[in-house]
Design a protein around this ligand. Structure first.
Ligand code: SOE
Length: 386
């Protein structure tokens, strides 16, 4: 049994989701003789970090990410911290010869992303950008239907990623709402997922036009417990919101399809509504993460008197990853996608192959995200260079 020692940096929401995935993977999937070891967890505050490490079984803790990366006994660096820290940590990690499992969005902008990809390719390590939704079985079914020509030529992509966790003006000014920490608001946080799915399912994007807006200009300063989806004010005053609250894009794909993307944290009633529609010459597909085991499929190959959007429950052993979990209909959840990502990452490390999406995908994604913000600022359509 070959061990793969993991060092994780970050112990909040994504640290939890990733820890669970590293633990579950060997229980449910054959990893070809490789065993991931939760070697060390890294974070700034020792007390909550120690509690996190004890809860999830991380063997040791580090409070300096540079020390973690310098350790000879760490093979993989799992980066689960906010995106303003991604560039420095990822470049140092790949330079130290570590494989990197990086949370989205990749970086604070295109220039950082390009340097990260160059450093990772030079180092010859496995580099993965965790857009977990690509590893949802129903999304993999969508990819199969498209690749098998079941919906024909694609005319439209319509993606919406809607949440509502900051509609309350009293939700505090967490890092997600500060440009210097987040880079952007739901645009980078949520459109990044939709753009990755659109690139995976439809193809590359050629032109982008965007508008953004902000609904609430100032918020109460946070206390130490405030986090993603989790409020908590310090009572020490107000701070300015410096990112957008909503972002709408229209894009022209290189293959001629026309697309739209909507990202907002003010869509009251939508909790994690990562939703897309794909319309083709021979059929259509609709996916909704809030019903993530299902895929809506319309086919013109069906007899005309029984054509209609049918709901496919993607929980058969023939659907990607499902055979390793439960019998048909015993559905899976959000966290299973992270386990699928860990399984495929470990396979890539074991076989010396690449995994998608990786840092190269991240560069393309950051170019689109940056071009959209440029379009919104300048009020014009931007043609992408790549
Ligand atoms: C918050 O918007 C968030 O946690 C995102 O950062 C994740 O990428 C998304 O999958 C769920 O919502």
């Amino acid at each position: 049994m070959k061990t793969l020692n993991i060092g994780i940096i970050g112990y909040q929401f994504m640290g939890k989701a990733h820890s669970n995935a590293w633990l579950q993977a060997p229980h449910f999937f054959d990893l070809g003789g490789v065993k991931p070891v939760l070697k060390a967890a890294c974070g700034r505050s020792e007390e909550p970090l120690k509690a996190f490490a004890d809860n999830w079984g991380w063997e040791e803790i580090e409070t300096d990410w540079r020390k973690l990366i310098a350790r000879e006994d760490i093979d993989v660096v799992d980066i689960a911290v906010p995106q303003h820290l991604h560039y420095e940590i990822a470049v140092e990690a790949v330079k130290a010869g570590k494989h990197v499992f990086l949370e989205k969005p990749m970086a604070m902008g295109l220039e950082q992303a390009r340097k990260m990809a160059e450093a990772a390719n030079t180092a010859g390590v496995v580099h993965y950008l965790n857009h977990n939704y690509r590893r949802c079985p129903a999304v993999r079914l969508a990819k199969k239907l498209i690749d098998d020509g079941k919906i024909g030529t694609i005319y439209h992509w319509r993606g919406t990623y809607l949440q509502d966790w900051i509609t309350d003006p009293n939700f505090p000014l967490t890092w997600h709402l500060q440009k210097e920490k987040a880079g952007s608001g739901p645009h980078g946080d949520l459109n990044s997922h939709s753009i990755d799915l659109a690139r995976y399912l439809v193809g590359e994007i050629d032109k982008v036009s965007a508008m953004t807006t902000r609904f609430i200009e100032e918020r109460p300063l946070p206390n130490e417990h405030a986090a993603t989806f989790k409020g908590g004010t310090s009572g020490t005053g107000m701070g300015k919101v410096t990112v957008e609250d909503a972002s709408f894009l229209t894009v022209m794909f290189k293959n001629g399809a026309l697309g739209s993307f909507e990202a907002s944290r003010f869509a009251t009633g939508r909790k994690n509504y990562n939703y897309f529609e794909i319309y083709g010459s021979n059929g259509s597909i609709i996916f909704n993460l809030e019903r993530m085991n299902e895929l809506q499929f319309f086919s013109k190959e069906d007899p005309i008197d029984s054509q209609g959007f049918r709901t496919i429950l993607a929980t058969e052993p023939e659907h990607d990853y499902i055979a390793n979990w439960w019998p048909p209909g015993h559905i899976i959840g959000y966290e299973h996608e992270f386990t699928h990502a860990v399984v495929d990452f470990i396979t890539a490390v074991k076989n010396g192959t690449s995994i998608s999406p990786n840092f190269e995908d991240g560069v393309k994604e950051m170019e689109i995200l940056d071009a959209a913000l440029q379009s919104a600022a300048e009020g014009k359509t931007i043609t992408l260079q790549q």
